[in-house]
Design a protein around this ligand. Structure first.
Ligand SMILES: CSC[C@@H](O)[C@@H](O)C(=O)COP(=O)(O)O
Ligand SMILES: [Zn+2]
Length: 216
């Protein structure tokens, strides 16, 4: 399906969802210093061809402007003529869509996700034991242990991609970049938001529990 074949209502819906989620996350302080990026996929999907709306690079995500989003294809190239630059991390979105077929991907930086990614860097994953909120990931097993993958962070974004390809876990709808932030995805914006919120709750829980264990 080419970009022109995608219905205008679908494109508008994606932009509306991005606007709504951006405003909510901004109210929680989840975009410090212009960090973070959000995307919602539109139209038909195949791993070889898809399109999505994504936040433009370097924008203040705590405000709305007419230049906040643009549409790109599976290679990260703009679908329409525009002076806007897609997020510097667009290639990460492209790879997550290619691997998962997700409908939305949300990325934020928080102190909790940064600290936790460094704390557990040696084991390359965050261990989580029997926390109720993993049900937010649709994991219903009693007292289940999960490991949230952590990958290297590089200034050169294409260098991050192969590790994401290798480490994505079908059961865990997110991945941590070391001392950078979390990428969470879902079948649609509603689910990606639920997953992101569950991750952030879990990171704070793990962080606080670690402190308690150390008697801090
Ligand atoms: C301003 S620090 C954060 C950036 O380096 C980056 O990690 C980020 O999340 C936002 O980049 P952007 O290009 O605006 O999508
Ligand atoms: Zn980032």
């Amino acid at each position: 399906m080419s970009f022109d074949q995608i219905r205008t209502e679908d494109k508008q819906r994606a932009l509306g969802e991005l606007r709504e989620v951006k405003e909510l996350f901004a109210s929680r302080g989840w975009f410090p210093g212009t960090s973070g990026n959000l995307s919602v996929r539109v139209g038909d999907y195949s791993p070889q061809q898809f399109q999505f709306a994504i936040t433009a690079s370097g924008k203040d995500k705590t405000v709305h402007t007419p230049e906040d989003y643009l549409f790109v294809d599976q290679t990260g190239k703009a679908c329409e003529a525009t002076s806007l630059k897609p997020s510097a991390e667009t290639l990460i979105h492209c790879e997550i869509y290619r691997l998962t077929g997700a409908g939305a991907i949300f990325h934020i930086h928080s102190v909790f996700n940064n600290v936790i990614s460094e704390q557990f860097w040696d084991r390359k994953s965050v261990p989580v034991d029997g926390v109720e909120l993993i049900k937010g990931f649709n994991i219903w097993e009693e007292e289940k242990h999960i490991d949230i993958p952590i990958v290297s962070n590089f200034a050169h974004i294409p260098s991050i991609v192969p590790e994401i390809t290798e480490r994505i876990d079908r059961e865990i709808p997110g991945i941590l970049l070391r001392k950078h932030g979390i990428y969470a995805w879902g079948a649609n914006a509603f689910e990606a938001k639920r997953h992101l919120e569950a991750f952030e709750f879990i990171f704070e829980y793990v962080y606080r529990l670690e402190l308690l264990k150390r008697g801090v």
